[in-house]
Design a protein around this ligand. Structure first.
Ligand SMILES: Nc1ncnc2c1ncn2[C@@H]1O[C@H](COP(=O)(O)OP(=O)(O)OP(=O)(O)O)[C@@H](O)[C@H]1O
Ligand SMILES: [Mg+2]
Length: 258
């Protein structure tokens, strides 16, 4: 039986000590779709992503992967599940003293029994997927910002993850590079069949890639809207999300960033 790739967020409350970031979060991340977490700076997007990948314990509620209650699972079960995750952290850090080949080989050496020559094949396949064929021997410092992001994405997909988590993948990129990255994300959805969760506050990206989006509102500390971004922009009554999705409509065509 195929493993379910759906994620369910159930009455989730997230806090740092006594400081509550978000409460009463309830939503479903559908299998094989791109779900975008959106909201202003500091509302808790990265925190939510870190909860989903098991770097933080919920202060209340739970996160389910298919039928498995990830929050209640043992450390061993969580570790097994984590091997099905690919993560691109905000900032997208690669190991700066290692070549791209070494960076992308690392998860394969750690988690698989592949032979060195098989690992080399996987590395060159992943680099070709992100348009970086032939850059195996380059150090991250020898690449442009957009190329580094794509290399970090190649590392995130090294293990053919069922779940891919990307925190602000296009932040700091020029509009053309950012658009290419969006296309790549959709391509990964379609070729890997992965369930993809993307944190973003960049409108052009949100409209381009989201099959579904959730909006986190920093003031009420709640999710105040969810749906297809174009629908949310047209229909939603919540003023926060409407302003968020309508801000600087002209900048959409110029930079796509705020
Ligand atoms: N390690 C931490 N300890 C305490 N508070 C934290 C920690 N990390 C984040 N916070 C707080 O939690 C809130 C949400 O932070 P988070 O990084 O999740 O926001 P974000 O939506 O990802 O913002 P941005 O768009 O700027 O990346 C902020 O108020 C932040 O100060
Ligand atoms: Mg963040």
């Amino acid at each position: 039986m195929p493993k379910s790739k759906q994620i369910k967020i159930n009455n989730l409350e997230m806090a740092y000590g006594s400081f509550v970031v978000m409460r009463d979060l309830n939503f479903i991340v559908e299998a094989g779709k791109v779900t975008v977490i959106m909201g202003g700076s500091g509302c808790g997007k990265s925190t939510l992503l870190r909860h989903m990948i098991g770097l933080h314990e919920p202060s209340k509620g739970s996160i389910l992967y298919g039928d498995m209650n990830f929050t209640a699972a043992s450390e061993k079960e969580q570790d097994e599940m984590k091997q099905r995750f690919g993560v691109l952290y905000q900032g997208g850090a690669l190991w700066s003293s290692m070549t791209l080949e070494e960076n992308i080989s690392l998860p394969l050496q750690t988690y698989t029994k592949l032979k060195p020559e098989e690992i080399r094949d996987v590395v060159s396949l992943k680099l070709s997927l992100v348009g970086l064929s032939g850059f195996e021997e380059f150090l991250p410092g020898q690449l442009s910002g957009g190329m580094r992001k794509r290399a970090a994405l190649a590392r995130a997909i090294a293990l053919d993850p069922d779940f891919l988590f990307l925190d602000e993948p296009s932040a700091g990129l020029d509009p053309v590079t950012s658009k290419r990255l969006d296309e790549l994300i959709l391509q990964l959805r379609d070729t890997l069949g992965a369930t993809i969760v993307v944190v973003s506050h960049e409108l052009a990206s949100i409209f381009a890639i989201a099959d579904h989006a959730i909006y986190l509102d920093a003031i009420s500390k709640r999710m105040t809207a969810q749906g297809l971004p174009t629908k949310l922009k047209a229909d939603v009554t919540d003023s926060g999300v409407r302003e968020f999705l309508s801000r600087g409509s002209s900048s959409l065509t110029s930079t796509g960033r705020d």
